[in-house]
Write a protein that binds this ligand. Sequence first.
Ligand SMILES: [Fe+2]
Ligand SMILES: [Fe+2]
Length: 369
Amino acid sequence: MSVCPAPRQGPAPLPSARGPVSAALLAALRQPPYDLPAGLGAELAAVADPLTDEDLQLTLFLCYELHYRGWRGVDEGWEWQPTLLALRARAERPVEAALRRLAGPLPAVLPGGVPRALAELVAADDGPSLAAALQRRASLAQFREFVAHRSVYHLREADPHSWALPRLDGPAKAALVEIQMDEYGNGRLDRMHAELFRLTMARLGLDPAYGAHVDRAPAVTLATNNIISLFGLHRRLRGALLGHLAAFEMTSSLPNRRYGNGLRRLGLDEVATRFYDEHVQADAVHEQIAAHDLCGGLVAAEPALAADVLFGAAAALAVDRLFAAHLLDSWAAGTSSLRPAAAPVPAVAHAAVVAAPPLSAPAGLPAVA
Ligand SMILES: [Fe+2]
Ligand SMILES: [Fe+2]
């Protein structure tokens, strides 16, 4: 199968500023690396809600992306620039504190009880059902918004959790490799989940280029990504990273069935639904591996990490609840869940992304080039 003859796989285009700190950082990133002003971002310690603060979340996202595909036109030397790392730490502290507040008190469990405790956390999750809405009643415009939000993650799917690999050994490492191999298509480009997602985007008339929708993604969407980078880039949070992955996998199979059914209801074809259909089966397996072999294996080797595993899972569920509520509340109010932008939702910008032409946009949707 010819998937992407001319995919744009990064670096990502720089987004616009959302406040004084992200504006200062963006201005700096356009220059060769230099020492940022001492104390830049000190005010981030006092933001009311770190997980939905646009300036804070974009600042963090700008810092973290330097460790993934990077930013177009930005000197790669910024990745380890000490004063940028200091700014990043200033942004991370209130986010981690907010996550620990949001996760709330967690049950004390013995290492052997971690898989069951994870299952109980997932079962107790009473967030709004975004998947049910997308299956039954979302319009095509709303589905496209959902895909644009999720593209921030899915176009680099599995990468943030791969930070755990060099930090593990033994059974937990083997389990993570087993999961990640599927995520990366077992080494076949056309089966990589990120590539399957590109097909879905192209079928929906959305630009599938890496980072194309970051500028329209609100803070809560960036937060769903930033927390994985936070857990992934700090070895001390490896337990939380694996707990986050377990929660991801344990809440994936049924929602993905619903997403696929929603696209079929809207008249989309098998190419568009392939990404979601793939996850129905794959994640039914992954959730078992993640809870038992991955998280169970980690805490068997490092019992002190049991609490952090549950924290990571609870944080994942809590931030996903915020994300779902944002989309559903926006749609209930008759507004877009994406940030307003001068430009419409970026459409396919290069020809022949897939063999078939992209879906043309119905009236009222952002124009598709
Ligand atoms: Fe996947
Ligand atoms: Fe998975």
